[in-house]
Ligand binder design. Sequence first.
Ligand SMILES: *[C@@H]1O[C@H](CO)[C@@H](O)[C@H](O)[C@H]1NC(C)=O
Ligand SMILES: *[C@@H]1O[C@H](CO)[C@@H](O)[C@H](O)[C@H]1NC(C)=O
Ligand SMILES: *[C@@H]1O[C@H](CO)[C@@H](O)[C@H](O)[C@H]1NC(C)=O
Length: 499
Amino acid sequence: MYRTSFIFYRGLLLVITCIFLSLVPTHSAPETALIGQIPGFTGTLPSKHYSGYVTIDENHGRSLFYYFVESERKPSEDPLVLWLNGGPGCSSFDGFIYEHGPFNFEAAKTKGSLPQLHLNPYSWSKVSNIIYLDSPAGVGFSYSKNQTDYVTGDLKTASDTHTFLLKWFELYPEFLSNPFFIAGESYAGVYVPTLAYEVVKGIDAGTEPIINLKGYLVGNGVTDEEFDGNALVPFVHGMGLISDNLFEEVNVECKGKYYNSAIESCKIKLAKVDEEVDGLNIYDILEPCYHDEVLRETATIKLKLPSSFRQLGETERPLAVRTRMFGRAWPLRAPVRDGIVPTWPQLLNSHTVPCTDDEVAYAWLNDESVRKAIYAEKESLVGRWELCSDKIFFNHDAGSMIKYHKNLTSRGYRALIFSGDHDMCVPFTGSEAWTRSVGYKIVDEWRPWTSNGQVAGYTQGYDYNLTFLTVKGAGHTVPEYKPREALQFYSRFLAGQPI
Ligand SMILES: *[C@@H]1O[C@H](CO)[C@@H](O)[C@H](O)[C@H]1NC(C)=O
Ligand SMILES: *[C@@H]1O[C@H](CO)[C@@H](O)[C@H](O)[C@H]1NC(C)=O
Ligand SMILES: *[C@@H]1O[C@H](CO)[C@@H](O)[C@H](O)[C@H]1NC(C)=O
């Protein structure tokens, strides 16, 4: 009797719930994606975390993995941000674990054990809802059941990510009204504007759900082969890494064009520049290089790319040159070109990125209990998680990003182009030069911006809400080096305040 009534009441409850649901026009965040306990973390989560897959192509079984952190302030009103790391081929868990995610990861005492997670006081979830997306398929936990999908490029990635967003908003419709921003760094300097452009095209076409895009942020972003290619020499000279003499010689031989010169004597001088900066950590010239044992042994690196792909990626220069210059020339000159962009592992025939320690990420994300807790697919389907994947063959087919920036800003979308000023991978000199080249009127002349009463960097504001900003002393991944300062400029930009 007792049992029957229990079932009855439960049934009644279900009926009531169903009626209720059918009256409510939108449903909310999927309970099945809600994360409960996070291995390595013992406290209480300051906001809700969700994760899982969105299938963007049913026929191919192509699915993208996301990790969504609700704002710790006011999720219903705070901006929603999509975060993308670059590569191409690098997982956005780089941002989650090392840059602005909700936790700081403390390595375990014994190698391979679970790291300890502490709350990050400078998490970007303090002021925004943030989606970390592994993109394209083949990167991080994202995958496809059809291997042909791993041959991809800028345009397909943008279109896939747009599909992801439309489907994601169907799952989380309560976030449709929040101001939406797209953010990323490094090669995401390509992902961000190309995706924003797709989103705007979708808005124009009335594609539902209508995304409330407000603007975008790019950190040390690959943008344009000429500007990025010309950025290194002035940077290394200004930073005191090459002599005045060499700088003068380069200028004489190269005639101010340090990129893709046809002049033999110029190439020789540029090779000398490369030699001088060879031993530095390209991601932050102030930091030592992290060397893992395997990489130490690969002094002479052999390419793993099949020759057919190598030829596809090559225009004037044999890829061997890039290898010789590994650790500094990428993605300075070669990879911003049209054509196949080798991923780091493909370039180096190694599973690691030079100078980059990914041990806590690797240990945490490949732990069985973690993968289960965050609903990542089994290793048998998606393989081991890697910081940068070598599964994909990536074609840079969108050309220069400047036309995208012009289009988006002229249509009222706000853009923040920021640079860690000690990054030699995509140096600030290139970003400063291209933002200026757009030709917009300066509305906020070059000035310091501050954090805690100290100069944190410099900024120049242009018409159409195009802002260039440097972060003093930061490397390639700005929030990793300057988390407090990063959270400050991020919050101010999202809020539409002067930085
Ligand atoms: C994979 O996709 C390609 C291109 O759409 C198609 O031709 C091929 O049949 C697919 N392979 C499988 C195993 O489904
Ligand atoms: C931006 O791109 C769209 C779509 O291609 C085009 O219709 C529009 O004219 C462009 N706007 C500007 C200002 O370039
Ligand atoms: C800059 O952004 C603000 C806030 O979104 C907006 O009101 C203003 O119209 C924008 N300015 C231009 C020139 O697009």
